[in-house]
Design a protein around this ligand. Structure first.
Ligand code: ATP
Length: 592
């Protein structure tokens, strides 16, 4: 219970922060509306009694009647106007909240450590939070308001019914109990069901993407995988939906039974009231008033219990949103925090070991190395040796399990991650393809400053893109990719050149290129590597490449195998010893 109240508090805070004036307007309108029904029913009673009186006396005294009609219509109109206004205000408020909650979700997703992205639970959290966050907090506010409004109207109606007979007020409450129990019970079942089904729903979305996405479309056709994925999609779909239909079927059945209870109660009430009217103990106006009051009372009771069970449901589901927003970021600055960063001397790795979360084996095993300012250093080694992992550690996307990485003798854990990363310019093996203009693709390398067109042109030229850009219909303004109108797709190597120019565009002291030339043609690769120092303007660089020939001019090569550094030296020095590097080089340069 304490936990649920805390969640309500957080939700209401979110609603308030996102749109306080709209939330206030919503509350005021709802409260105003709660007093109108009783006034209307009372006026209807007076009206019917007046009509009966006027009709019975045969006199044409219409003054009172006219005023009563005007008053009833005014109340009805006010109710309608408030309803319409309420709809508008709620819409406006919910849009503001949606935008605010998406902001929170996205901020969190940007800040979270990379290790979350490798954990299926993260995607479950994210899927559930994205589904609930935009609207649940608002539902809590609306349910609270509707609970209050419903309670006021209900108490007024119950009071009115009490003047007839206390049993009528009691009956109204009792017949609605099965419906409330049902909703509470099914909220919990539905939540547990949805929680269990989240991985299956994500599977469904994944297979749907494989069937409809652009990237998988070629392999799908050539390997004829369409029917296979369709079957997998259908299986996931049916697993999810079958259970849901079972739940809804049960709920509908119990709903029907509870409706029968209500119908029986209505019958009893109508019968007693009609009998009393025929006996002459009630006027026609009073008869109408009590019947309407009972009917309206049922509606308000339904609203009140509906709001209560809605709140219960909200409290269960909104937990997912805050569970996601409360995920901890572990990669942050540690004490003593270094406020400024400089790179005058060297980066050093001291006895660094690392294992991926959930894995028991060290992928990097006691590695020590140095990268001096201005040096070009290469990491080479067989697949799975740990080269990319070393780069991820250097970027502090993960923290080392043991050992330290120092930047001019300061542990990189002592810098704010954002400040530290400002000093890195990186292309990863799986670089990003942005379906945006060429200009955006390059200048996004340094989003902190206004785009520098000269620097952009120079970076594109250095990455071998000049000819391609000249051939594009709108030059640097051409949108790349296939997602949007008037865009133009590139070859994979051309995308890689674009990623390289993005990295070159950024003025960071350390450049890290993880297989930057894997898809480049031999001429471009030669052009880039023969002028590497000129292109990088003497910056410190770390290169990962399987093409050992292109590394002949780097200052130092670290050869990794199974997470350890097994050799290091210049290209010539490594060729002079009989080791892994020489074997790899000979295999690469020998004829088959
Ligand atoms: P390649 O030349 O194929 O790119 P690499 O030397 O860059 O290989 P890494 O990507 O660093 O190798 O991978 C090193 C080891 O860590 C491999 O055994 C790989 O399977 C494992 N590995 C990589 N990423 C993860 C991860 N996210 N979780 C667990 N293990 C991982």
């Amino acid at each position: 219970m304490k936990n649920k109240i805390a969640l309500f508090k957080k939700s209401i805070e979110a609603v308030w922060r996102s749109a306080s004036s709209w939330a206030l307007a919503n509350i005021i309108i709802s409260l105003l509306k709660s007093f109108l029904p009783l006034a209307l029913i009372w006026l209807i009673k007076l009206l019917i009694d007046e009509i009966t009186l006027v009709a019975g006396s045969g006199r044409a005294q219409l003054d009172n009647l006219l005023w009563l009609i005007i008053a009833a219509i005014t109340i009805w109109l006010l109710d309608e106007i408030l309803s319409d206004l309420g709809t508008f205000v709620r819409k406006k408020q919910s849009i503001k909240l949606e935008s605010y909650m998406f902001g929170l979700l996205h901020d969190k997703a940007i800040k979270l450590d990379l290790q979350y992205f490798e954990n299926p639970d993260y995607y479950d959290y994210l899927a559930r939070a994205s589904r609930e966050a935009p609207w649940r907090p608002n539902s809590i506010l609306n349910n609270l308001v509707s609970l209050f409004r419903g309670s006021v109207s209900l108490i007024l109606m119950l009071g009115l019914l009490f003047t007839f007979h206390w049993a009528m007020a009691l009956l109204l409450v009792v017949v609605n109990i099965p419906g409330v129990w049902l909703r509470l019970h099914f909220s919990e079942l539905l939540y547990n069901f949805q929680r269990e089904q989240t991985p299956e729903s994500r599977k469904m979305a994944y297979f749907n993407w494989l069937l409809t996405g652009s990237r998988p479309s070629r392999e799908l056709r050539l390997f004829d995988l369409g029917n296979y994925f369709e079957k997998l999609f259908r299986r996931a779909f049916e697993n999810t939906k079958e259970e849901e239909v079972n739940l809804v079927r049960k709920r509908t059945l119990i709903d029907l039974v509870s409706d029968l209870f209500k119908a029986a109660a209505l019958f009893l009430v109508f019968f007693v009231i009609a009998k009393k009217t025929v006996d002459g103990s009630l006027s026609i106006g009073e008869m109408s008033m009590y019947i309407l009051a009972f009917r309206q009372g049922m509606t308000y009771l339904k609203d009140v219990f509906g709001s209560l069970s809605g709140l219960y449901e909200d409290s269960i589901f909104v937990g997912d949103t805050f569970e996601f927003l409360d995920l901890e970021e572990n990669i942050k600055a540690e004490e003593p925090i270094a406020k400024t960063i400089s790179f005058n001397n060297k980066i050093s790795l001291e006895n660094v070991s690392f294992k991926y979360p959930g894995s028991s084996k060290n992928v990097i095993d006691n590695v020590s190395l140095e990268i001096k300012r201005g040096e070009v250093v290469a990491f080479v080694g067989p697949n799975g040796a740990g080269k990319s992992t070393l780069v991820r550690l250097l970027c502090r996307l993960y923290d080392t399990s043991e050992g330290k990485i120092k930047w001019d003798n300061v542990n990189i854990r002592n810098f704010e991650p954002a400040l530290y990363r400002e000093n890195l310019s990186v292309i990863f093996q799986d670089f990003m393809l942005y379906n945006m203009s060429v200009e955006d693709n390059i200048t996004m390398g340094d989003i902190r400053k206004k785009p520098d067109i000269d620097k952009m042109v120079e970076s594109a030229k250095n990455a071998g893109l000049k000819q391609l850009i000249e051939s594009l219909p709108n030059g640097y303004k051409t949108v790349i990719g296939t997602l949007f109108d008037d865009s133009r797709e590139l070859s994979w190597g051309e995308w890689q050149k674009l990623a390289l120019s993005r990295a070159l565009y950024r003025d960071a002291p350390l450049l890290i290129l993880d297989e930057p030339s894997s898809s480049l043609d031999a001429n471009t690769e030669h052009e880039i590597f023969s002028r590497f120092r000129e292109i990088t303007k003497g910056r410190t660089a770390v290169l990962i490449s399987h093409r050992l020939k292109s590394l002949s001019s780097v200052d130092r090569i670290y050869v990794l195998d199974k997470g350890k550094i097994v050799e290091s030296g210049s290209h010539e020095e490594l060729l002079a010893i009989e080791g892994l590097y020489r074997t790899m080089y000979e295999k690469q340069t020998s004829r088959f």
